[in-house]
Design a protein around this ligand. Structure first.
Ligand SMILES: [Mg+2]
Length: 130
């Protein structure tokens, strides 16, 4: 399993990445939406990502724009998109889901909360489900 962790906070990337690494994920980090699009393009179909964890507020390209752009590209429709953000207003959540995000995790979060979301999405490696 391969995940793209997108956040302009290096600390936050480390937190998300450490949980995902513990679950068996291979991680690529990106500091904004444009870097993340570049990483998707560079990976190509054969080495594609299963999951992207996406901050909302970032310089250059924010998370909502990133989600919209990923959903415009048919090659990337297999990627599960999860917003991981402090934006907690109902309207913001609805906007992100309408743009094509599958899940929404509000910061701060516990490792268990992230794990639970992945389980709901069917994105836990098999050995973690035992
Ligand atoms: Mg941010």
């Amino acid at each position: 399993m391969k995940a793209l962790v997108i956040d302009d906070s290096r600390t936050m990337r480390r937190i998300v990445a450490s949980v995902l690494t513990g679950l068996g994920y291979e991680i690529v980090e990106a500091g904004d939406g444009q870097q993340a699009l570049d990483a998707l393009a560079a990976a190509g179909d054969a080495h594609g990502f299963d999951l992207a964890c996406i901050d909302w507020n970032m310089p250059v390209m924010d998370g909502l724009t990133f989600v919209t752009k990923v959903r415009e590209n048919r090659d990337w429709r297999g990627i599960t998109l999860m917003m991981v953000t402090t934006e907690s207003e109902h309207g913001q959540i609805v906007r992100a889901l309408a743009a094509g995000a599958h899940e929404y995790l509000i910061k701060p979060f516990t490792p268990d909360a992230l794990r639970d979301k992945l389980e709901l999405l069917g994105l836990l490696p098999i050995e973690e489900l035992a």
